[in-house]
Design a protein around this ligand. Structure first.
Ligand SMILES: C[S@@+](CC[C@H](N)C(=O)[O-])C[C@H]1O[C@@H](n2cnc3c(N)ncnc32)[C@H](O)[C@@H]1O
Length: 242
């Protein structure tokens, strides 16, 4: 049973910026399910794409893995083929909990969890790299550096699966979609107060880019066949090939 996310029920009373600490780790699955439209579909997509694009004897990376939901999709997609999932997160609470949950897979060598800043990650011989709702948390000037490192560590024919929250350049469209997004969260049981307190705590922590900007940056780095494979309100998933 997922533990219910009530973290902002009384507002952001200590006025601290959002962080992936122990309290968030405890309720994370419920939080992401109720806050990210299409999250479950993104996990299915990762499984389906890795079934198709995984190359035997290569690595898969799950950058910003949290509790390993995308890692599990990668493991399911790879199946019995030879290869390893390398799951990285800089939250010690997330990595400790993941190591418990995945202890059987860890023993087989199919996956390893690293507590590390993904900006410092070594990426090599990768056929699938997942960065599912994570790039948005990096300092903006570090995003292209990381994506370039990802590109360089990928095998020819490998893919990057990138999911992100975005904003729109048209103000009216932005307001409309963000209002619909608030309604999505209201329907999922969050109160107006919780929505606004979480928004305040994420200010400056989660910084979105335009979809166009994402595509342009991937192009600039050298990725090809960049396509949007999913879009739900202000959330998108892009796939880009090396
Ligand atoms: C929204 S969650 C990601 C969800 C996860 N990818 C999934 O599919 O379930 C964002 C995660 O990124 C991690 N993160 C943010 N910045 C990071 C960094 N610089 N290095 C490593 N992990 C980072 C956070 O600790 C958090 O666990």
């Amino acid at each position: 049973m997922k533990k219910k996310d009530n973290l902002f029920k009384d507002g952001n009373f200590n006025d601290l910026p959002f962080s992936f600490n122990e309290e968030v780790t405890e309720v994370f699955e419920d939080m992401i399910d109720r806050s990210v439209p299409g999250y479950e579909s993104s996990l299915r997509l990762i499984k389906d794409l890795s079934e198709h694009y995984f190359q035997s004897d290569t690595n898969c990376y799950d950058l910003g893995c949290s509790l390993g939901a995308s890692s599990l999709s990668l493991l399911e997609g790879i199946g019995k083929r030879k290869g390893q999932v390398i799951a990285i997160d800089n939250s010690s609470a997330m990595i400790s909990e993941s190591k418990i949950r995945f202890s059987n897979f860890i023993k087989t060598g199919k996956i390893k969890f690293l507590e590390q800043d993904i900006n410092n990650a070594q990426i090599n011989t990768a056929s699938i790299i997942v960065i599912n709702f994570v790039l948005q948390f990096l300092e903006t000037e570090k995003r292209e550096i990381l994506l370039t490192k990802i590109f360089q560590g990928m095998k020819e024919g490998g893919i990057l699966i990138l999911s992100e929250k975005i904003h729109f350049d048209n103000n009216l469209r932005n307001q409309k979609i963000y209002r619909m997004y608030d309604r999505f969260k209201l329907k999922n049981g969050y109160s107006e107060m919780e929505i606004s307190a979480k928004r305040d705590s994420l200010e400056g922590v989660l910084v979105t880019d335009l979809e166009f900007f994402h595509v342009q940056r991937l192009n600039r780095i050298g990725f090809k066949n960049i396509r949007k494979v999913m879009s739900n309100l202000n959330f998108i998933t892009l796939v880009a090939e090396r």
